[in-house]
Design a protein around this ligand. Structure first.
Ligand SMILES: Cc1cc2nc3c(=O)[nH]c(=O)nc-3n(C[C@H](O)[C@H](O)[C@H](O)COP(=O)(O)O)c2cc1C
Length: 223
């Protein structure tokens, strides 16, 4: 598979086949992504990859914590900033509505939407869950570079016939995950990622999100 194809076909996978990934394949995949660039080659990321009982323990933790408080735990690093532009709001609205339209869940049916969203906290039944760990003392650059690592993983997953869904929703459980993983005092969970073979028959996986036109995001000068 060439890179253009991997970029084009990658989309968030939110339903998976019940088919395990071999540990050796996961190691190979993580190693391959380690070629991702980072400023000063800091390689600021650390990952925790979970399968089987280790993954189930995190699902159980999430179920327990979210039953105490469905909003999760406070974080000073919310998923979205206070200010997002109107165009960004429109994109966000469109992706949510697009997904629930595929699933046939109307806006008024908040309970079903919430129920569906809670599948995030089961990794959408993916066989592999990956958590990205950052040292809280890093700067904005290192957060961005960790994103490059994540996207490299997502593209390498396509080549392997796997699908991925990045999951920042796990940020609502940062204190509990920190304790659960035994992170050091400076470390934090940034984001999760579900990984596995996509269920191609699942309607949710047919969502292919829109992107802004070139004219909206790019300015070409001097040509
Ligand atoms: C860092 C990051 C975090 C994300 N967190 C979630 C999440 O918690 N749950 C979810 O269903 N999708 C999540 N997404 C998926 C985005 O909604 C998705 O990438 C976007 O709508 C574009 O769709 P596509 O990935 O299918 O191209 C996340 C994406 C990124 C890059």
């Amino acid at each position: 598979m060439d890179v253009s194809q991997a970029v084009k076909q990658r989309s968030s996978t939110r339903a998976y086949l019940d088919k395990a990934l071999a540990e050796s394949d996961v190691r190979d995949w993580l190693n391959a992504a380690q070629r991702a660039p980072s400023g000063g080659n800091l390689q600021p990321w650390r990952v925790i990859a979970l399968a089987g009982d280790a993954k189930q323990a995190v699902i159980d933790l999430a179920a327990a914590k979210l039953s105490e408080n469905p909003r999760g735990e406070p974080t000073d690093r919310p998923i979205y900033p206070k200010h997002i532009t109107d165009a960004q709001k429109a994109h966000r609205f469109a992706v949510g509505e697009g997904m629930y339209a595929k699933l046939g869940i109307p806006r008024e049916d908040k309970a079903s939407r919430l129920m569906w969203f809670s599948r995030n906290f089961r990794f959408f039944d993916a066989p592999l869950a990956v958590f990205f760990i950052l040292d809280e003392r890093v700067g904005h650059g290192q957060w961005a570079h960790t994103g490059m690592f994540m996207q490299t993983l997502a593209l390498l997953a396509e080549e392997r016939g796997w699908g991925t869904c990045m999951q920042e929703c796990w940020g609502v459980l940062r204190p509990s995950l920190k304790a659960h993983f035994g992170l050091n005092e400076h470390e934090m969970v940034y984001c999760g990622m579900s990984v596995g073979y996509p269920d191609k028959d699942a309607v949710v996986n047919s969502l292919y999100t829109e992107r802004a036109d070139l004219a909206e995001f790019a300015e070409l000068r001097g040509f």
